[in-house]
Design a binder for this molecule. Structure first.
Ligand code: R7I
Ligand code: MG
Ligand code: MG
Ligand code: MG
Length: 355
């Protein structure tokens, strides 16, 4: 079983690899298949180390994840002004290839105009005051699961909500980010030899049911225009995942139709969780690759928001199988590897000192 320090590194490096590898496929006009992704990684693996080194850039998924980590470590917990300032100031100097979501820069600019005094309001005013349900909350949330490793799932929920609400206040964005955070949190603790994908989904279902019920039962939410299918969408999608895990013949088309591969939380976060769980179960469709490799290859093969689905799936898979499951040749390709390694070590040190 991978040791905890290795799982911390695995989660952040796994997130980085998902982003860097997935970004190469984001706007490709061709249909993506697992064999095309395998061809892509095979080319990288055969390159000379000096040609490979840092040849792949990361995007907003990593840039914002780094902002979360730095702030949590520096402030020893959540500090909204500090984290918001890090998000925005990084964005203002970032090259265009970081490809941030189309609306989230409005939040950064409003913060700056207020000299980082008015942090809460800009996110709430996104999308006609519904708030964003983009997957920008989930894509950066893995470090919250590491940070609360020795605490309760309720503490993780509190932290995940605070980090997400800085930019994403739609309930589907908030619940989605928690689903991703909780998946990483559980994967860090899971033992491979006794692992049951169904039990993993059941644990997630229990949490999502609680929070989705709580939200829809609150009086002030009764007149919000979410129908019951929407307000319990994560519970519903976890049931779909369970039914998929019972079958061996689930096609990419069916996964995309039922779970999605889009830029919204609800159409990408359950998909990332499934990409990991399917890769635990199915060792044959993508042969001669370990579970971590299968997760990344499969997540990207689903097409759509490839960097973000792969970054979220990679964070879960890396937490489960540990850093030693991630080929060194893959790691070396990524810009941002040194930061991910160092930060994982600092987070590990921080939580072990706290416990
Ligand atoms: O969520 P966000 O940070 O974007 C992250 C995505 C990832 O795929 C990254 O890799 C990057 O490519 O972008 O940024 P937002 O601008 O808040 O949301 C992203 C998109 O989600 C928006 O541009 C909208 O298309 C969609 N969206 C919504 N559409 C309608 N109504 C988010 N919220 C809404 C909504 O309430
Ligand atoms: Mg991105
Ligand atoms: Mg995108
Ligand atoms: Mg993306």
């Amino acid at each position: 079983m991978a040791k905890l320090a290795s799982r911390f590194r695995g989660s952040l490096i796994g997130a980085l690899i998902g982003d860097c590898f997935g970004a190469q496929f984001e706007f490709l006009p061709m249909a993506i298949t697992a064999s095309k992704v395998v061809d892509f990684v095979t080319v990288l693996e055969k390159k000379k180390p000096e040609k490979r080194k840092e040849s792949l850039y990361f995007t907003d998924d990593t840039e914002m994840r780094e902002g979360v980590e730095e702030s949590l470590l520096e402030k020893k917990g959540f500090d909204k002004k500090d984290m918001a300032t890090r998000f925005a100031e990084r964005y203002f100097v970032s090259p265009p290839k970081r490809s941030y979501g189309s609306h989230v820069p409005n939040v950064f600019m409003a913060w700056k105009r207020s000299d980082y005094e008015n942090i809460d309001a800009p996110a709430m005013s996104q999308f006609n005051f519904t708030g964003s349900y983009g997957n920008g909350g989930g894509m950066r949330i893995a470090p919250a699961a590491l940070f609360t490793h020795h605490q309760s799932p309720e503490k993780l929920k509190e932290l995940s909500d605070k980090i997400t609400k800085l930019t994403h206040t739609h309930i589907l964005g908030i619940h989605g980010a928690y689903l991703q955070a909780m998946s990483v949190w559980l994967a860090l603790k899971a033992e491979e030899s006794q692992f049951s994908t169904k039990e993993f989904v059941d644990q997630l279902k229990e949490k999502m049911k609680f929070y989705e019920d709580e939200y829809s039962n609150r009086e002030e939410n009764k007149d919000k225009n979410l129908d019951s299918e929407e307000s319990h969408c994560y519970l519903h999608k976890l049931d779909v995942i369970k039914s998929f895990l019972d079958r061996k013949d689930v096609s990419n088309e069916e996964v995309v139709k039922e779970l999605g591969h889009g830029v919204s939380s609800q159409s990408s976060i359950p998909t990332a969780v499934y990409a990991f769980l399917r890769s635990v179960e199915d060792t044959k469709t993508i042969p001669n690759r370990n579970g971590f490799e299968r997760t990344i290859i499969y997540a990207i093969s689903l097409d759509g928001d490839t960097d973000t689905i792969a970054t979220m799936a990679g964070a879960i898979a890396g937490a489960f199988w540990g850093e030693e499951s991630i080929p060194k040749s893959w790691q070396e390709c990524c810009q941002g590897l040194d930061t991910a390694e160092k930060t994982a070590k600092s987070l590990y040190q921080y939580v072990t000192e706290q416990s």
